[in-house]
Design a binder for this molecule. Structure first.
Ligand SMILES: CC(=O)N[C@H]1[C@@H](OP(=O)(O)OP(=O)(O)OC[C@H]2O[C@@H](n3ccc(=O)[nH]c3=O)[C@H](O)[C@@H]2O)O[C@H](CO)[C@@H](O)[C@@H]1O[C@H](C)C(=O)N[C@@H](C)C(=O)N[C@H](CCC(=O)O)C(=O)O
Ligand SMILES: Nc1ncnc2c1ncn2[C@@H]1O[C@H](COP(=O)(O)OP(=O)(O)OP(=O)(O)O)[C@@H](O)[C@H]1O
Length: 484
């Protein structure tokens, strides 16, 4: 593609060299640059991409987008100076990858919890309806049935547009994506035209990055502020910031709730460890999901599907066939009679919700044994809160490692224990080895009990001192069940 076509997408302050060049790739990382690429220098959180301009040229870049020109200007390179490269890169990538969101309907899901669940269920549902569909999610990205490993909730703008470009080229009619607050703040989604946005909820999280809850809220809200008029903005009225989230949007507002009468109103009529009976807009549907928060997620899925024009009857039928997303309230039954639930509740609020859901179903007929940890090198403030919430609603708590990254797992456990008093400690064991912790919880369980394995057991690995080790909570539980 010609450079002049790409840079039409942004306001250029200064152009040095020819814009009549063929561009074969676009990069924000000099290490990925190849011959004929356009390199965009971004001031990041760790380093300044401007320091790598010469490296990018050595690797073959023929165009440089920057905020400050380098001292050495080379005749064989075109330099494009503009005011804000971070804000521009998404727009440049969108232009380079053929404006994918003009060819498919992109729906973004944002909020502290529920993004993966809702985006994945919409992807599954629309494939059931017979469409080719894309998914961009923390667990894995999909271009229809092709799985592409994910290393972010929302990828960097180049990867994001490349994936969306492939989805459009391969005939996907819809793409569902998780939109993280980091991605909004860093404008990874700039240049994309959304057909819809869904808000789940907002509670304390990611304050290591956003610093204050207000900044975190502002980042999420910016997503809705920037939706186009043609899009829908589907919000959750059960969250206290549900209305605030959409107050400045130009998009068509719709709402879902388990409490208030609105566009998509639901109610839990019956619940058990095998599923729930829901009432959605006065029609009953059996679903294979557990917990009120999942009823809320399913309402969002229902609402979004209806807003995308699917008949409500068809959507209800599809809802009844959907299965839980791996590791999201995954209930496993032991031959000894107890239930193990693997859930990636990794915020205090998610932990409260999961424990509430377990108690709603247990109705005092069994005990709850919780295995919980907290991730390393992230928001330390939530560690004592996780321990406190676990203790409040469990009969026994085993505090253990949970993706410690570069930190010493024992230090993280100590931060969690610091939130507990002497009485709390009577219920608590700490076992650093996560496998051993799960095994001990299962050993302690009696028939009727529930073992909750919570915390972000980072999908299928644990990063310990920077090295990733395969680790899958569900695999461990199935191994224990096999030995029982
Ligand atoms: C703190 C943070 O969010 N950082 C993100 C940010 O990188 P950065 O600003 O820190 O980049 P930097 O390291 O300072 O480098 C600046 C620039 O120099 C470039 N560079 C750097 C070195 C070099 O040799 N050559 C070179 O060109 C870099 O490619 C970059 O363009 O922009 C990058 C591109 O989009 C992201 O990959 C990176 O994510 C880091 C790896 C990360 O871990 N982010 C997490 C916190 C994150 O984004 N999480 C959210 C949600 C998680 C959740 O909900 O649980 C997500 O969406 O995944
Ligand atoms: N609507 C909800 N309200 C509160 N908690 C929820 C909700 N949906 C899911 N959870 C809890 O959060 C956990 C993570 O769910 P999910 O992966 O869907 O969220 P997420 O927003 O994608 O988070 P992440 O991107 O960090 O994985 C679930 O296992 C459950 O414990």
């Amino acid at each position: 593609m010609k450079l002049e076509e790409i840079i039409k997408a942004v306001t250029v302050n200064e152009l040095i060299g020819s814009a009549d060049r063929d561009i074969t790739g676009i990069q924000i990382d000099s290490r990925l640059v190849g011959p004929g690429h356009l390199f965009v220098a971004i001031k990041g959180t760790q380093t300044d991409g401007h320091a790598y301009i010469q490296k990018a040229i050595e690797n073959g870049a023929c165009g440089i987008v920057c905020e400050q020109l380098p001292e050495e200007i080379r005749p064989e390179v075109t330099y494009i100076r503009l005011a804000d490269t971070e804000g521009a890169v998404g727009k440049l990538a969108t232009a380079f990858y053929g404006d994918p969101t003009s060819k498919l309907d992109l729906i973004g899901v944002t909020g502290t919890n529920g993004k993966t669940t809702i985006a994945t269920l919409l992807y599954k549902m629309f494939r059931q309806f017979g469409y080719k569909v894309g998914l961009l999610s923390t667990v894995c990205n999909y271009i229809d049935d092709e799985a592409i490993p994910a290393d972010h909730t929302t990828p960097d703008p180049i990867t994001l547009n490349r994936l969306l470009g492939r989805m459009a080229d391969e005939g996907c009619k819809y793409a569902f994506m998780e939109v993280s607050s980091h991605a909004i703040a860093q404008r990874r989604i700039a240049g994309l035209r959304f057909a819809g946005g869904i808000f789940t909820n907002i509670t304390r999280d990611h304050l290591d990055y956003h610093k204050t809850f207000e900044n975190y809220l502002k980042a999420k809200k910016a997503f809705f502020d920037n939706l186009p008029k043609s899009a829908f903005a589907l919000t959750n009225l059960d969250d206290k910031n549900g209305k605030v989230m959409v107050q400045n949007t130009k998009a068509r507002i719709a709402a879902y709730s388990l409490r208030t009468l609105c566009d998509f109103k639901g109610k839990v009529l019956e619940d058990g460890f095998d599923g729930m009976l829901l009432d959605i807009n006065n029609r009953e549907v059996n679903v294979r999901f557990i917990g009120r928060f999942n009823a809320s997620n399913l309402l969002a899925v229902y609402g979004a599907a209806c807003l995308l024009g699917k008949p409500s009857e068809e959507v209800l039928i599809a809802l009844s066939t959907l299965c839980p997303v791996a590791g999201r309230f995954d209930a496993l039954r032991s031959r000894r009679g107890y239930t193990a639930i693997v859930d990636y509740a990794h915020t205090p609020d998610a932990l409260v919700n999961v424990l509430n859901a377990i108690h709603e179903v247990l109705r005092g007929q069994g005990r709850v044994i919780t295995v919980v940890g907290a991730g390393g090198n992230r928001d330390k403030g939530k560690r004592p809160l996780m321990a406190q919430e676990a203790v409040k609603q469990s009969d026994k708590v085993i505090i253990t490692s949970d993706n410690p990254r570069f930190e010493d797992p024992q230090d993280i456990i100590n931060d969690m224990l610091a939130g507990l008093d002497k009485d709390d400690m009577k219920k608590v064991l700490s076992i650093v080895d996560r496998k051993e912790a799960i095994r001990t919880a299962c050993m302690l369980a009696q028939p009727q009990d529930v073992v909750l394995i919570a915390g972000k057991g980072h999908e299928n690995y644990q990063e310990i001192k920077g090295v990733k080790h395969h680790f899958d909570d569900k695999e461990i539980v199935n191994g224990i069940f096999a030995d029982e």
